[in-house]
Design a protein around this ligand. Structure first.
Ligand code: SF4
Length: 123
């Protein structure tokens, strides 16, 4: 497998260190440029198992708005994003929904909840 060299800007703190990674056979062979262990951890996860917080909207019936904005309670594996988004696109909530409500618990047995970030009042 070819050797790949990638550059990342660490987003863990405002210093924004430029971190370089050398990858071969799906393994990190070299990593440099980080000023602390948090940056090394961030880039290692970005390379080997990237995660993102998912933010979207769900349909909501009988409410003052037709949708409710939601997000995951913690970042989820990037490769699961589309599968989860497709599942969520078919979900219809029933008003009332309050900000902070867990509208779906432990989605796909991931240990991650889907949480409302805006209320939807019953009308
Ligand atoms: S490597 Fe450490 S110091 Fe540099 S941006 Fe990341 S968290 Fe901040």
């Amino acid at each position: 497998m070819p050797v790949r060299k990638l550059k990342y800007t660490c987003i863990v703190c405002p210093q924004g260190c430029e971190i370089e990674v050398v990858i071969s056979d799906n393994e990190i062979k070299e990593i440099k440029g980080f000023k602390c262990i948090r940056g090394k951890r961030y880039v290692t996860e970005e390379v080997l198992a990237p995660k993102r917080t998912l933010i979207t909207v769900l349909h909501c019936k009988n409410g003052d708005y037709p949708t409710v904005s939601v997000k995951t309670s913690k970042p989820i594996p990037k490769e699961k994003m589309f599968e989860i988004l497709e599942y969520l696109s078919k979900i219809v909530l029933e008003a009332p929904v309050d900000i902070g409500d867990i509208v779906i618990r432990n989605i796909f047995d991931s240990g991650v909840d889907i949480i409302a970030t805006r209320p939807c009042r019953k009308v």
